[in-house]
Design a binder for this molecule. Structure first.
Ligand code: ADP
Ligand code: MG
Length: 359
């Protein structure tokens, strides 16, 4: 069991990213952290493997205070998968998966056998092992990321929006694969997402995070859907619930604003969030206000003609709160704002309900 006791993390004085977190994570189950962007999900996840140190409070794993465990040893016992698969670009898929094993001094032939098994486990053919990451689709890269995280057979798997940047069809496949894997592996999985559907599908338990790193509700998914504890949870759950029926409504009614793009690499941003683009005006990620690197992964994209659901997903998954709209060629055409997408959803819902009300 992983336990947070009175854990607070403050990066900037007066604005806790995570405030007084108390949470028990069950062994062998999937626990999901869900909530809008910026509410402290990633920070909470990264405190589990000491990529981020708490400002106060304690985290224990199997009863041991993790601040007493050397960070490298702790991390070896926890696989980590992130939104951009984080693969080493100049190494083959096989080498990406075997790297962890080689670090653990597994002899090369055994490491290669195990890597081939792992690729099979995540649904990839062994032949893909010879390719480089940029020769794979986004969904395949995420599968390699999962294979690599499983390589050392760690009891704990930390997953930070692993499926957020792939399209909805592939995302659904990856979700089913994860559930299938988990039936065999029974790892302790902590999974971060901004998508309430994904949370309720995957989670044995779901923690709904609200702004300021406060957990508003922690319960089984059915309970969160049936009995949200407060207005925040009701809005977060209910909004998407009403929204599910609108998946096929075109997002054409959502205003698209000019995007604050900057060439990357290039001049640092001034003022607010800046969207880094390549020479073809394709999005690369976000730069936080007043900072250069690191580039933050951008979340899902809203393609011209997509549904309102995709527009909302893009806005909620973006670190800047601005969803990136792209044309058919993948070039940036602008940004959408979550409140405006929600207004468009309300309008679509109202116009749908109107004929019924008149009857
Ligand atoms: P989430 O994963 O839910 O989007 P994060 O944990 O990434 O949220 O961020 C929570 C808050 O902490 C945000 O306001 C974010 O800007 C801030 N934050 C995150 N990482 C850092 C950092 N390294 N330095 C300063 N502020 C940070
Ligand atoms: Mg995050």
């Amino acid at each position: 069991m992983i336990e947070f006791a009175n854990v607070t993390k403050t990066y900037q004085p007066g604005q806790p990213a995570v405030e007084n977190l108390n949470l028990r994570i069950d062994t062998g189950k999937i626990t999901v952290f869900v909530g809008p962007s910026g509410c402290g999900k990633t920070t909470s996840l990264r405190m589990i493997n000491r990529m981020v140190e708490p400002s106060s409070g304690t985290i224990t794993v199997g009863g041991r205070n993790i601040s007493t465990i050397a960070a490298p040893a702790l991390r070896r016992s926890m696989g980590y998968v992130m939104q951009s698969a984080g693969l080493l670009p100049h190494r083959t898929v096989m080498d990406n998966v075997t790297t962890v094993l080689r670090l653990n001094r597994v002899p090369r032939p055994a490491a290669r056998r195990r890597a081939a098994e792992l690729l099979d486990t995540v649904g990839l053919s062994a032949a893909l092992g010879r390719r480089y990451p940029n020769q794979l689709s986004g969904g395949q890269q995420q599968r390699v990321g999962v294979a690599r995280a499983l390589a050392a057979d760690p009891p704990v798997l930390l997953m930070d929006e692993p499926f957020s940047a792939v399209d909805p069809v592939v995302r659904a496949e990856l979700q089913q694969e994860l559930l299938r894997l988990q039936r065999d592996l029974a790892k302790t999985i902590v999974f971060v997402t901004h998508d309430i559907d994904e949370a309720t599908l995957l989670g044995d338990k779901v923690a709904v995070f609200a702004t300021g790193g406060r957990v508003a509700q922690y319960a089984a998914p059915e309970e969160i859907l049936r009995a949200p504890v407060d207005d925040f949870v009701a809005a977060f759950v209910g909004r998407d619930r009403g929204f599910r029926h609108l998946s096929f409504d075109a997002g054409a009614s959502v205003p698209v604003h000019p995007a604050p793009t900057v060439p990357y690499p290039g001049a640092p941003s001034s003022g607010g969030w800046a969207l880094a683009v390549d020479a073809g005006n394709r999005p690369l990620g976000w730069l936080a206000p007043g900072t250069g690197d690191p580039l933050r992964p951008g979340g899902s994209l809203f393609r011209a003609g997509d549904s309102l659901r995709n527009a909302l997903d893009a806005a909620l998954s973006s670190p800047s709160g601005l969803g990136v709209a792209v044309d058919a060629a993948g070039g940036v055409i602008g940004v959408v704002r979550a409140p405006e997408v929600l207004a468009a959803i309300d309008a679509a819902r109202a116009s749908r309900n109107e004929p019924k009300a008149r009857r």
